[in-house]
Design a protein around this ligand. Structure first.
Ligand SMILES: Nc1ncnc2c1ncn2[C@@H]1O[C@H](COP(=O)(O)OP(=O)(O)OP(=O)(O)O)[C@@H](O)[C@H]1O
Length: 635
């Protein structure tokens, strides 16, 4: 086959004659025949196709046409019938004409010969077009050209909206939806004035009545008589992709010009904006979606302007930013369960090492698994349950939850990003409600793949215990240095627990990444913003609990550690709390999740996690455009 393809490339098109295409086909058939004898897949079908007589006839026609084009024959005479006429007169006037002359006379007078010569002259004069009546010298100024547009509707919507000029009652095409029937026809345009639909004059009608006339025919031909818009608006066709940071439902939006043409979307959906001609209403497609037809969505500015009104599926609640994350009151956390080991602060701290030795293998093949200490995790648990906003230093400007970021911009421009093999690995950040299993998954992944994964070493102002070493369990530091680091934004997450400060610094994450490993950390929702940046390019995986009955089944032998108890079995309130918090975290932050894992069976979750991490590192993903083009402003 290779031989044939190369031949096609080498022989210039103009030389394809008798030995051209058909020769190539013969070569191809010969190659395919060899493949048939080698029993290659599909070779037999290809062989019979290439041998088909219709294909050979088609190629002959093609070659003849090619030959005709190359020869480009020109008529010898423009007016052969005139010459014939002259010849007939001359023969008739000969005194004693010969037998040959008389035969020529008879031949030239035959009707088919006359018709042939007439056809010759028509072709020679290229006289094939219809004869149009001459244009009138002067057209009256008020005369408008109308166009009859005939569309064949096939149950799908027309893909155009109409509006009425309130003062004149005239009906116009308001917008043509990209990829819809009207758009694909290329015959109806924004601004065209509609005079008639299926023979009904529409001037003065309400738009709804016009639509009824259109809809009266769900299928078949619809005929519009329109006055085309003379100056068509330039379509602002862009290649803009955005991630929705809010939910939107056209059916709940009283301001949308045509709800049926609207497109609903949810936080986290990636949208392809196909038209921004209208400053208020854009046209977009939801990805990944193979629907050809776009839908109307509010523009960035419009959505910003309207976001305080009750037209989103979720009303705006700025104060709910973090408070909604608190479902469990401090008092509830204090409840004492007699069946469990109670530990006061001292006892708890003193149990910590032994406990961690039992619970977590912190040293696998000489590699210390950073970030698993209880105190660090308990400081996080506190962040989950506190009723105080947990990002006082950052809010409101960089609050990651939907409320504030949506206030800034309801859409985030995104681009497709594929990590180069020589680039550092993307940070993998796990997130989930307390006790869902984030640490279990993280620990197991690091333990089983210590050459690939590593956690980030946390900082603390707590005094080191005898057995602890700075740079192994924690970076032990002074309060002064810690506060200094806070002020210089050196922590992606930090907080206080039992009078001690804890935090995960950017530097400790970067250290792991620089070492060529994948840094695997767990974060609280309020740290999402801190890790979503150009340098770390965090891939955020949300770990979600399975339904309640599966939680009860899978966790019956598992234990948890709360602020007050070490290793107590799960109680039904824990599951309830986990579900409730999970819903709240999802409803506020799901727009930032790159992947969601339902932690049902542990091994399945580990497999899913591993494959999600591989995808994040090796396959193209949608990421904020500002990570790739740092100067990009939001749409
Ligand atoms: N899929 C699972 N099946 C059964 N038990 C699980 C599963 N996932 C986690 N567990 C168990 O649930 C308990 C809590 O898990 P883990 O400590 O990882 O929670 P967490 O999300 O890290 O919460 P926190 O950060 O608040 O400690 C542990 O005993 C763990 O072994």
């Amino acid at each position: 086959m290779k031989q044939a393809v190369e031949a096609q490339v080498l022989i210039p098109h103009c030389q394809l004659g008798e030995a051209g295409l058909r020769q190539i086909l013969t070569d191809v058939i010969e190659e395919v025949r060899k493949s048939v004898s080698q029993d290659l897949d599909g070779a037999e079908i290809l062989h019979s196709l290439l041998n088909a007589s219709w294909l050979h006839s088609l190629l002959k026609v093609y070659e003849c046409l090619g030959q005709y084009l190359r020869d480009s024959p020109a008529p010898f005479l423009d007016f052969a019938s005139g010459l014939t006429f002259q010849l007939l007169i001359d023969i008739r006037s000969l005194p004693g004409s010969s037998e040959e002359a008389r035969e020529l006379y008879r031949l030239l007078r035959k009707p088919h010969m006359q018709a042939l010569l007439f056809a010759h002259d028509t072709v020679a004069h290229r006289d094939y077009g219809p004869v149009l009546p001459p244009m009138p010298e002067e057209l009256p100024d008020d005369e408008e050209a109308t166009r009859t547009v005939c569309l064949v509707k096939n149950k799908q919507p027309l893909g155009a909206t109409i509006k009425r000029n309130e003062s004149t009652g005239e009906i116009f095409i308001a917008r043509v939806i990209h990829g819809g029937l009207a758009d694909r026809s290329g015959l109806l345009h924004t601004g065209d004035r509609v005079l008639e639909v299926n023979g009904f004059p529409v001037d003065g009608m309400e738009p709804e009545q016009v639509i009824q006339v259109v809809q009266a025919r769900s299928q078949g031909t619809i005929i519009f008589r329109v006055i085309p818009m003379t100056e068509r608006p330039v379509h602002n066709k862009t290649m803009l992709y955005v991630r929705a940071l809010v939910d939107y439902s056209p059916q709940q939006d009283p301001y949308i010009p045509c709800a049926d043409a609207g497109m609903s979307f949810q936080k986290g959906n990636v949208l392809e904006i196909v038209d921004q001609t209208d400053a208020l209403w854009w046209q977009a497609r939801k990805l990944p979606d193979h629907a050809a037809c776009a839908g109307l969505i509010p523009s960035n500015n419009l959505l910003k302007r309207k976001q305080k009104e009750l037209w989103w599926s979720q009303p705006y609640q700025p104060q709910a930013c973090f408070q909604t994350l608190s479902t469990v009151e401090e008092e509830d956390m204090m409840a004492i369960d007699e069946n469990c080991v109670e530990a006061d602060e001292e006892a708890f701290e003193s149990e910590e090492f032994r406990d961690e030795d039992d619970d977590f293998s912190t040293n696998t093949k000489g590699i210390y698994l950073a970030g698993f200490r209880r105190s660090m995790r308990l400081f996080r648990r506190r962040s989950h349950n506190t009723s105080q906003p947990t990002c006082p230093t950052r809010c409101p400007s960089s609050c990651p939850s939907s409320c504030h970021s949506a206030l800034c911009s309801p859409y985030e421009e995104v681009v497709r990003y594929q990590r180069h093999t020589q680039d550092t690995q993307r940070l993998i950040a796990l997130l989930g409600p307390p006790n869902v299993g984030v640490n279990e998954l993280r620990r197991r992944l690091i333990e089983t793949n210590p050459d690939i994964f590593q956690g980030a070493l946390p900082h603390t102002t707590r005094a080191p215990k005898e057995y602890e070493e700075s740079g192994r369990e924690y970076v032990f530091t002074s309060r002064e240095i810690f506060n200094n680091m806070v002020q210089n934004n050196r922590f992606l997450e930090h907080g206080e627990y039992k009078g001690n400060l804890y935090g995960t610094s950017y530097d400790s994450v970067k250290e792991v990444l620089k070492g060529g490993k994948i840094c695997l950390i767990d974060i609280e929702p309020n740290a999402i913003h801190a890790v979503r940046n150009h340098e770390l390019k965090a891939y955020i995986i949300y770990v979600k609990p399975p339904p309640l009955e599966r939680l009860q089944e899978t966790r019956q032998d598992s234990c948890i550690t709360t602020n007050y108890y070490i290793n107590r079995p799960f109680k039904s309130e824990d599951f309830q709390e986990m579900e409730e918090l999970s819903e709240k975290i999802e409803s506020h932050f799901r727009q930032f999740f790159d992947h969601v894992i339902v932690n049902d069976k542990l091994q399945d979750s580990l497999d899913q996690l591993m494959s999600a991490v591989r995808k994040a590192q090796n396959q193209p993903q949608w990421v904020p455009a500002r990570w790739i083009r740092p100067t990009t402003t939001e749409p």
